[in-house]
Design a protein around this ligand. Structure first.
Ligand SMILES: [Zn+2]
Length: 243
């Protein structure tokens, strides 16, 4: 196996047109970045045992990144999980998930596998199940508790993940540190103040990366179109990439 292996459980932005799945990926079969609504379905389809996920890393609380967590918790409670799982996210992640679950699966938190809730703090690396992650503040939705990207070290490789964000200092910092950067790219040319696009932002982000670093685009629209960026991959649903 390669040192770093990323499998995309989805690659779409919030609108997931034309049959796409919402963005999220599994690193080395153990670390799930984002819990989109179809996370459990995608893991099962890919043959990745949900009970083998040791940590979930959440960038922010928008539904396309979070609403799959109750289904994962349901699986872990009832389908044989015996090991603890760590959920890393912005402040109040546990409260948000408990509030959703209280109205949808009222007994979800009664018994079951141990869940360790960890609030990430920008600039302070934390370790969980062999994964080292450091949150980086990015610019997305100021009404949420926080918006994080992450710098991660997995099997000695440096992975960056932007979460959802406009091009900002945090995103550029992630790019400078990464061997592999997974970046949102929400539109081709449409300009939003809380997201990045292909035409204006990706060339600047690519330029901030080392020449031999890889860029992987996700959180995509249905009409991203062609690009000519070096060492840049457009993620597709259920694909695996290795470095
Ligand atoms: Zn978002």
């Amino acid at each position: 196996m390669a040192d770093l292996e990323l499998t995309f459980i989805g690659s779409g932005n919030a609108f997931v047109r034309e049959g796409a799945c919402w963005n999220g990926f599994v690193a080395n079969g153990r670390y799930l970045f984002e819990a989109p609504p179809q996370a459990l379905m995608s893991l099962n389809r890919l043959g990745i045992d949900p009970n083998a996920i040791d940590a979930v890393v959440l960038s922010h609380h928008h539904g396309d990144h979070l609403l799959g967590l109750p289904f994962l918790l349901l699986h872990w409670k009832y389908l044989g999980r015996t090991t603890p799982v760590t959920v890393i996210g912005p402040p109040e992640t546990e409260d948000v998930v408990r509030e959703i679950s209280r109205r949808t699966y009222p007994t979800l938190f009664e018994g079951g596998a141990e869940v360790r809730w960890v609030t990430a703090t920008p600039g302070t690396p934390l370790e969980a199940a062999g994964l080292v992650v450091e949150a980086v503040e990015v610019r997305h939705d100021p009404k949420l508790t926080a918006n994080f990207g992450y710098h991660a070290t997995i099997a000695g490789r440096r992975l960056g993940y932007t979460g959802d964000s406009a091009l900002c200092d945090g995103v550029l910092d992630l790019a400078r540190r990464a061997e592999v950067l997974v970046s949102e790219c929400t539109s081709r040319a449409d300009v939003f103040d809380n997201h990045m696009n292909l035409v204006d932002d990706m060339p600047r982000l690519r330029a901030a990366l080392a020449g031999d670093a890889s860029l992987v685009l996700t959180h995509l629209p249905h009409d991203l179109g062609e690009h000519a960026l070096p060492r840049t991959t457009v993620a597709t649903d259920f694909a695996t990439y290795r470095w």
